[in-house]
Design a protein around this ligand. Structure first.
Ligand SMILES: [Cu+2]
Length: 133
């Protein structure tokens, strides 16, 4: 009886440790240069060069900027999203945030003029456009 309890206890500990390792692995994966934690703490409206991801939508969905501008997307949802260039199903390969969760950020500098459509790889109904002049 006692040993069965012990085994269950060990199993519980092992799965907890595995869960922790998994979590650490996932969070370390998303910590490349493009990512940082939201230090600004802003909650209300996006800044001049910011786009909020809120309510499963990019806000503003369309933005016109001049070349050389860095746009920062901030995930305000408690759901994971991506910022992926191209149209749903057809990524263009210009930029791709990978998955990022609540309060996660992704930045990209647009040096080339043009119209850049993007979408969320997890929710194809989420689309946006950056027009670089
Ligand atoms: Cu999404």
């Amino acid at each position: 009886m006692c040993s069965i309890l012990k085994i269950k206890e060990i199993r519980g500990t092992v799965s907890l440790v595995l869960l922790l390792i998994g979590f650490l692995f996932v969070s370390s994966c998303s910590k490349d240069d493009s990512y940082s934690t939201n230090s600004s703490g802003n909650t209300g409206t996006p800044g001049a060069n910011e786009i909020f991801i809120s309510g499963f939508a990019f806000s503003p969905a369309s933005k016109t900027i001049s070349a050389g501008t860095t746009i920062k997307w901030i995930n305000k949802d408690n759901s994971t999203h991506t910022v992926t260039s191209g149209i749903p199903g057809t990524p263009s390969g210009v930029f791709n945030s990978g998955n990022f969760g609540q309060n996660g950020e992704f930045s990209f500098t647009f040096n080339q003029a043009g119209t850049f459509k993007y979408f969320c790889n997890l929710h194809p109904s989420m689309t946006g456009t950056i027009i670089v002049q």
